[in-house]
Design a protein around this ligand. Structure first.
Ligand code: C5P
Length: 431
């Protein structure tokens, strides 16, 4: 009697193999049994012992593993499975599958099977975009292979783009879809799906500002700062991952629009404020933009001549404070307003005062003194300042800071909802 599903899981050789361990754990929790096969390269990334411990079954690596066992040949191994999952599916594995090669146990099983196959590609963005990989992908789709991912994001190699393996939760969901398609008993998996895949910020609207602003002086010159927008973009992407409906208002940055959200591009602080006003009301506002505090009092129509600025003085006026204006809203104020304070001295003192002066709920303080990586770099060392006090976070990649911040927001809003059930969104501020 088949009370549970059986999966033949093939691990290719990629850094993403560590995420496959989490997938195995989740599949086992859902009642699936797993037979794992590791390519030679895969065993360089995860140990056969950890895979065997998690599957609680013998794992297979080479063709000889099978020929020694008279009862189990490679045909049998693939026939025993309800579904074959390849995660991570490297460019090399995809190429071999598309060409129908059977050079090792993994590819032999993939060629010998008549069962549905789901692959989770993972590779460097250039390898993914290469015409050969795209050609192989097309062929595999034509052959009926199901594909999950890859996702866009930062890569282990330091680049950014498409090529990250789909998350274990996404692969699990795709497996459930496959089983549903097979129209069989999936009750157990389904209940797991509902339990674990309700995203923490489902149904929330979020606004994120990011990047610098450009404040024109004349048609060719402007005032700005060194902000890259990376931290704000990473937060926007994390909010999407957490299920929020996100609008990102971005100053001039060299970053592509993230997927799964709306990006509004602006140049000046005035335009950023207008865009934000248009997007409000929201549940969460995160002002990560390094808005220029000043702009030129008047913008010259023609390029200014050196001689036209007497005593080399430029007259400035203060820009509107977007964070403050959102925080101080009397009607439809977001449930949570988060600001960023970039300081070069007296970080905690200045950021704590800024939190009070601007009226936001949380202030993320970061040291941008020369020598730190915060402005323009990929890492950030922040302090989270709330009404409860100051928390020092370690130096982390900006993507990790974003992940921790969004996780924190999820917990905070859940606790808030639990403490005041039935309260309408966009109500009182969170202090
Ligand atoms: O005053 P300061 O620029 O240090 O404040 C930083 C915080 O205030 C950031 O969250 C930034 O996005 C926000 N800010 C703003 N509008 C301004 C200046 C800063 O929203 N004009």
């Amino acid at each position: 009697m088949t009370s549970h599903r059986r999966i033949l899981l093939i691990l290719g050789g990629g850094i993403a193999a560590y995420k496959t361990l989490e997938l195995i754990r989740r599949l086992r929790e859902s009642g699936c049994s797993i037979c794992a096969v590791l390519t030679d390269a895969a065993s360089q990334f995860v140990t056969p012992l950890s895979v065997a411990s998690l599957t609680n079954e013998k794992i297979y690596q080479g063709l000889f593993d099978l020929t020694n066992e008279t009862k189990i040949g490679h045909i049998q191994l693939s026939r025993d499975a309800d579904l074959i999952v390849v995660a991570p599916a490297t460019a090399d594995l995809m190429a071999k599958m598309a060409a129908g090669l059977a050079t090792d146990l993994a590819t032999t099983l993939l060629l010998a099977t008549d069962k549905p196959v789901l692959i989770a590609p993972a590779m460097n963005v250039r390898m993914w975009e290469h015409p050969a990989t795209q050609r192989n992908l097309k062929q595999l789709k034509k052959d009926g292979v199901k594909i999950i991912g890859p996702n866009e994001g930062d890569m282990a190699c330091g680049e950014f783009g498409l090529g990250r393996m789909a998350e274990p939760a996404e692969i699990l969901k795709s497996i459930i879809v496959q089983f549903e398609k097979q129209n069989d008993r999936v009750t157990k998996l389904k209940s797991l799906d509902t339990k674990e895949h309700t995203k923490p910020l489902d149904g929330c609207r979020a606004l994120v500002t990011a990047g610098p602003t450009w404040e024109p002086i004349d048609p060719v010159r402007y005032l700005t700062n060194r902000s890259s927008g990376k931290q704000g973009f990473a937060i926007a992407r994390e909010l999407v991952e957490a299920g929020a409906n996100v609008v990102l208002v971005a100053g001039p940055v060299a970053l592509n629009d993230p997927r799964g959200l709306k990006t509004v591009r602006v140049e000046t602080a005035e335009q950023m404020l207008a865009a934000c006003e248009h997007i409000l009301p929201v549940d969460i506002a995160i002002c990560a933009a390094a808005v220029s505090d000043w702009c030129a009092s008047s913008q010259a129509i023609n390029k200014l001549k050196k001689s036209s600025i007497s005593s080399r003085q430029l007259e400035l006026k203060e820009n509107p404070d977007i964070l403050k204006s959102i925080s101080m809203k009397s009607k439809d104020r977001p449930k949570l307003v988060v600001g960023f304070a970039a300081e070069t001295e007296d970080l905690i003192k200045n950021a704590t005062e800024k939190r009070k002066a601007k009226g936001c709920d949380w202030m993320v303080a970061n040291d941008v003194a020369p020598g730190t990586d915060a402005m323009g770099g990929n890492t950030n060392q922040v302090h989270l300042i709330t009404s409860d006090g100051v928390e020092a976070w370690p130096q982390l990649p900006k993507t990790e800071v974003a992940h921790s911040l969004v996780t924190r927001i999820g917990h905070h809003l859940r606790a808030r909802a639990a403490s005041s059930p039935g309260k309408k969104q966009g109500g009182k501020r969170d202090r």
